[in-house]
Unconditional design. Sequence first.
Length: 232
Amino acid sequence: MKYREVVIFSGHTFKVPQNIQRIDHLATHGWQLRYGGTKLFSDHTTDGSGAAAALEAATKELVRRIATLPAPSRLQQRPNHNKSSALPVGISGPIVRQRRGGRVRDCSLAVLLPRFGESAKRVNVYIGTENTYTPERFEQALQRAVELREAAVEAYQKASTRAMRAAGKELKDTLRAGLVPTPAAKAPKSAPAKAVTKPAAKVPAKAAAKGASKAPAKAPAKAPARRAAAAR
């Protein structure tokens, strides 16, 4: 089972399994389960304190649905809008080509076969040559191509469901062991940095002395006027 870290509006961090999304919009706060339909598990609180219990409830419901429902199909269900033919999804053609050394051209249908956990495989269903081609042979080849595609899709879905069931069992064991992730505490806010007063730059002694020598000398204080000579 894949997990991801989700930070909710209150600042708490949760480890959330896939197929569960967080909803924080206006007055709506909770976890939305998206597997076999959607269902919202509300926090029932406005401060995020109920988010852990809501996530646990959503996870338990996810385990139940995985055990009872087929895995959602991730395969394309409809042909692309720009597809030029009316052939079903995963089938294209007829493809006309002339093999090396051949005198006549032949045509076939191309079928894309999905494989779970691997790259899709492409096979060709032969229709006939330009001399033997008929509408009946085309219909027969198309029926064969449809059967191949449907069998591959069914095998893909079964393998996908088996993989999801194994992941669901692992998630169930985690719940039983009481290892449901609890919200991590919010990081404390750092105190604002105090302004640092830089000490005054020290002036070298020589420079201070030089500056002192340039300072103008103060005029000496005037001596008090001598008293007049004794009266004659």
